[in-house]
Design a protein around this ligand. Structure first.
Ligand code: PMP
Length: 389
């Protein structure tokens, strides 16, 4: 008789070899007064939209005995209309959606990655890109961000230069390339010449531009949506989790060539978007202007963070997103803990001497800046302490 393995030790032996020893995504979910660690929108959904969401659920509830529209036809239309507001016309056939853009990224890796295939990203970037790649058995190539002047920030240590990105793409000839703009965790957006250059330098790859934070970009920052025409290998992913204040609703989407979108139907689970999920996303999209009403105040807080962190002797990276990465710390983890002890949760993104903070309400921003200002001077790295004197 075969023995049923019961211990954790036995489970480890059953796990796929390539997953053994890996750690799961795990941004802390702590009950703290000021939570600025996952780049959510701090503002609650306005009451008028809440009413519409409740009404939308009431409308679909009697039909929950049936499966939802597998092709989420109406939602696709609404998302296409929302994207087209920016001036680039996007048709419903060009749109795909999932439970958060993480699921959309998963579909892309399931369809175009997999065993024996390689995805290239430029670190530091969104930490889930390599994790999702791993779940699909896709090899991950950790490309580097070179110093250059090709971001809208005007240059900096985390910028990705055309030359560096092209050289890495040409050398690897990957099956997928992930570009993140505005980039998490560094905050800066790419100029479009990086996207077109990488697209041309990786002729066998699907090029994914993750624009989760696009709505927060500084004026004049172009979207890769404008590049879709004539580039059937290019994909732009977006989410309702950030500017749209809908992280709990779990709705992410992408725009690409209809043929590429059609291929994603091969890998998604049937009926992956529930009827309530489709209905509440549509109700929220009907109030797009209201939902996006907090973007300007959040951008103000972001710019305030950059200005005031510099005044405190730190090195904030200019940002096109709803968060700011800042350096100049002696020990990121020690400062992270000291802030948490004062009720402020920020993100340790694993870059030595740096932390990332989300731009929240003015009150939350003040609480964070006050906590930073109250820290003993020795939280600054020795070089930054010298700069203070
Ligand atoms: N892309 C980037 C760059 C992100 O920062 C995030 C969330 N932190 C996502 C995608 C995924 O967000 P969601 O699944 O909520 O759409």
């Amino acid at each position: 008789m075969s023995r049923v393995p019961r211990s954790a030790w036995a489970i480890k032996q059953l796990l796929r070899e390539d997953l053994r020893g890996r750690t799961a995504y795990g941004a802390p979910q702590l009950d703290v007064p000021v939570a600025l660690n996952t780049n959510e929108n701090s503002y609650a959904v306005p009451a008028a939209v809440v009413d519409e969401i409740v009404a939308a659920i009431a409308t679909v509830a009697p039909g929950l005995n049936r499966y939802p529209d597998r092709e989420f036809t109406d939602l696709r239309g609404d998302l296409a209309a929302y994207l087209s507001r920016s001036g680039t016309s996007v048709s419903p056939e060009q749109v795909w959606a999932g439970n958060g853009s993480n699921e959309v990224l998963l579909h892309l890796l399931q369809a175009f990655g997999g065993q024996g295939r390689t995805a290239l990203g430029f670190t530091p970037a969104y930490s889930m890109h390599p994790i999702i790649a791993a779940t699909t058995g896709t090899s991950w190539a950790d490309g580097l961000r070179g110093v250059g002047v090709h971001s809208t920030s005007g240059g900096g240590a985390f910028d990705l230069s055309v030359e560096s990105a092209v050289a890495q793409a040409e050398q690897l000839d990957p099956h997928l390339v992930f570009l993140c703009s505005p980039n998490n965790p560094t905050g800066t957006a790419l100029t479009l010449d990086v996207v077109t250059a990488v697209h041309d330098a990786a002729p066998h790859a699907v090029i994914v531009v993750d624009e989760a934070y696009a709505e927060f970009a500084r004026p004049g920052t172009p979207s890769a949506l404008t590049l879709l025409e004539g580039r059937p290998r290019l994909v732009v992913t977006r989410t309702m989790s950030k500017a749209f204040a809908f992280a709990g609703g779990r709705l992410g989407y992408l725009a690409a060539d209809p043929e590429l979108v059609d291929a994603l139907r091969l890998v998604r689970m049937p009926y992956h978007l529930s009827s309530p999920a489709q209905a509440i996303a549509r109700a929220t999209l009907r109030h797009a202007d209201t939902m996006l009403g907090t973007v300007d105040v959040i951008k103000e807080q972001r710019d305030r963070l950059v200005a005031e962190l510099a005044t405190l002797g730190l090195d904030p990276v200019p940002s096109d997103a709803n968060f700011v990465l800042f350096g100049g710390l002696r020990d990121s983890h020690v400062t992270w803990q000291a802030l948490l002890d004062r009720g402020v949760l920020v993100r340790d993104v694993g870059i030595a001497h740096y932390l990332r903070v989300t731009a929240g309400t003015p009150e939350e921003t003040t609480a964070f800046l006050d906590a930073m200002a109250a820290l003993p001077q020795d939280h600054l790295s020795p070089e930054h302490l010298e700069g203070q004197s």
